[in-house]
Design a protein around this ligand. Structure first.
Ligand code: GTP
Ligand code: SPV
Ligand code: MN
Length: 609
């Protein structure tokens, strides 16, 4: 970078935040963009950036009036999901990253990354995005600044997080700490070189420095790899902050439920990627008199409140939802939010009317589409029109059922926690934990068949503690210990009750044993009735499951015997499960909390194993 452009960077820095100005200067010198642009977050700016993205071919403006002010983007086919094997936690000590994370020494990693980032933004603009996770009027606003050379990331971050001038002004006034989050698609342009619609690099690095609380992401423009406020900050870095400060940063939806008596309960639920968080967060109850309101669909920051209660806040500002399977019959609330407009769709199919479509949006597929790869598509094509990890990115404020408390910096009291995964067998529809630690045991052994949300094989059972396997920013054993220790930090009377759920169990015919979606309200009703001491349960070795007639089946074509089957605990299946849990726990070595080892021993004893 020449003297004069260095000067330009300093002059252009419209901030009195000296650390921020210095960091932007340092990164501009390293990455050598043509311009540095400070994002103000206004509508005019967004209109300008999206127009530029349309002109450059990254975005396509939708012309179907059902999707006002909305755009479609199509990624490089090699850049369609989070890349877990390229994700690193570079703590000072390898032990602090633990066996669930990739690790490299921070010094080595930084020096390698500095090489990659050297000149990485040539020919591009470096955007400076001041953002805050959670409300700006929080007692301690959690600031971040993302530097990125992707305008698509700017437009998406504007939906997913609170960004821009208001954030910057408040950050300056406090000369506040912020998480420095650096992102480049890793595709510098030589003078005169034409850009492509979706620049990226085959070499991808999603790197976290937990002690420094910083993020360096290189080579991908997609989702959680690039929108750094989301998984990188609000889960991986925040989980480390939470460990140090006595709170929890979790991969959870938050849902407010009000029963027919008018009493409200807030339920948080941790399910692995593409296992139903967004769907449950936008639940349309199928039982009379129950009302559901959305608080969050992916991330829940929980702190202990003044009365020792656990309080949850959704730090995000938008929904980044799996498109396929989101439809007018399965998730009308999501469809209503999406069709209000102001959305960015990535890797979905285009209709001939200039709208978008994906598998499951409507019962019948349109006769003709342009698929996510740009090919003609008809229902006979024999392949999906939308990528299985295609996404809608929509402001959460457009959700009609959004609870007013979403905007409250104090969040809401969490009354119940669900852990859930995608398992064809073994795991009952719902099981109530015997105690807090028994609930932590359930969370720690949570398992799910892998999905398209991450690169790699799909359908393989893997353990995913608290649905946080790809997101725990430190040693997983310490993480479980931290969870267990919440019991002694909180008011035991106010601790949430813990439940294990599985919407995906199969019946003898191979179909789903439970209808799922809106009917999950029936399971939530049972859980809340349990909290109120009203619902019946059977004690099994793994915990309390509903009696066949304690689940409200009104209006469903199901019998109590079907419920019995959906919640059955099969000794044979559990023998296999226990062996697999043993193997899983062995990986933790010394770091496994003794309380969880006793939980496993107790379970084996109860199982007669
Ligand atoms: P991420 O955003 O990747 O973290 O995923 P998520 O946990 O928000 O999952 P989402 O709600 O988007 O659902 C993922 C897939 O699971 C979709 O294809 C849904 O149609 C399907 N799904 C969600 N809930 C249910 C359910 O209750 N039963 C069944 N059978 N499928 C469900
Ligand atoms: C997930 O994979 O859990 C997502 C999508 O929610 S991403 O933001 O890409 O992580
Ligand atoms: Mn989701």
């Amino acid at each position: 970078m020449s003297e004069s452009s260095d000067q330009k960077v300093i002059d252009a820095a419209p901030t009195t935040h000296s650390k921020l100005a210095a960091w932007v200067q340092e990164i501009a010198e390293l990455t050598k963009p043509d311009h540095v642009y400070w994002v103000d977050g206004t509508q005019e700016e967004n209109d300008r950036l999206t127009a530029e993205l349309v002109a450059g071919g990254t975005l396509q403006k939708l012309t179907d009036p059902s999707f006002p002010n909305s755009f479609a983007a199509f990624s490089d086919p090699k850049d369609v999901a989070r890349v877990e094997e390229r994700t690193f936690i570079c703590s000072e000590n390898e032990k602090d990253a633990g066996f669930t994370n990739n690790w490299e020494s921070p010094v080595k990693m930084k020096s390698m990354l500095k090489g990659l980032f050297d000149g990485a933004m040539r020919g591009r603009t470096m955007y400076v995005i001041p953002f805050v996770m959670g409300p700006l009027d929080a007692e301690q606003p959690q600031y971040g600044v993302e530097l990125t050379d992707s305008a698509y990331v700017v437009a998406s971050m504007r939906i997913m997080a609170r960004i821009g001038n208001d954030v910057l002004r408040k950050m300056e006034a406090e000369e506040a700490f912020f998480v420095p989050a650096l992102h480049s698609v890793g595709a510098p342009l030589a003078p005169g070189q034409d850009d492509v619609a979706w620049p990226c690099n085959e070499d991808k690095w999603i790197v976290h420095f937990p002690e420094e609380r910083s993020i360096w992401s290189y080579g991908s423009g997609y989702g959680g790899n690039a929108l750094l406020g989301k998984k990188c900050y609000a889960l991986r870095i925040a989980s480390v902050m939470a460990r140090d400060e006595g709170w929890l940063a979790e991969h959870m939806l938050i849902l407010k439920l009000t029963n027919p008596e008018g009493k409200s309960y807030n339920v948080a639920a941790a399910f692995p990627s593409a296992c139903g968080k967004t769907n449950l967060a936008l639940l349309d109850p199928t039982i009379d008199g129950w009302k559901a309101e959305t608080l969050g669909d992916d991330i829940n920051w929980m702190r202990i409140g003044k009365e020792g209660e656990l309080r949850g806040v959704n730090p995000e500002y938008g929904l980044f939802g799996v498109a396929p399977g989101t439809g007018w019959s399965t998730n009308p609330n999501a469809m209503r939010a999406i069709t209000k407009g102001n959305s960015i769709f990535t890797n979905v199919a285009l209709t001939d009317e200039g709208g978008v479509w994906w598998e499951g949006m409507t019962d019948e597929a349109p006769a003709h589409l342009t698929d996510w790869l740009g090919n003609d598509w008809t229902p006979d094509s024999g392949r999906p029109a939308a990528h299985p990890n295609s996404r809608f990115c929509t402001p959460i404020s457009q959700v009609d059922m959004l609870a007013q408390e979403y905007y409250s910096p104090d969040g809401v009291e969490i009354h119940a926690i669900l852990f859930g995964g995608r398992r064809k067998t073994t795991i009952p529809l719902v099981t109530q934990a015997r105690s807090w630690t028994n609930g932590i045991f359930m969370g720690s052994t949570l398992s799910s068949e892998t999905t398209a949300a991450a690169a790699g094989a799909v359908g393989v059972v893997r353990r995913d503690p608290m649905a946080m396997l790809p997101f725990i920013g430190y040693n997983a054993g310490d993480y479980l210990n931290h969870w267990d220790s919440i019991e002694s930090k909180a008011n035991p009377e106010r601790l949430p009750k813990i439940f294990l759920v599985n919407w995906f169990r199969r019946n003898a015919e191979g179909g789903f044993a439970w209808p799922g979606f809106g009917d999950n309200s029936r399971v939530l009703k049972w859980a809340i009735d349990r909290i109120e001491g009203k619902a019946d349960a059977v004690e099994t070795p793994i915990g309390f499951v509903p009696t066949g007639d304690s689940i409200d089946l009104t209006g469903l074509d199901m019998t109590p015997a079907d419920v019995d089957a959906a919640v059955s605990v099969d000794k044979g299946e559990w023998a296999t499960e226990l062996a697999s849990i043993e193997e899983w726990y062995a990986k933790f070595g010394e770091a496994l909390p003794a309380s969880l080892r006793s939980e496993l021993d107790g379970l084996k004893e109860r199982m007669g194993a």
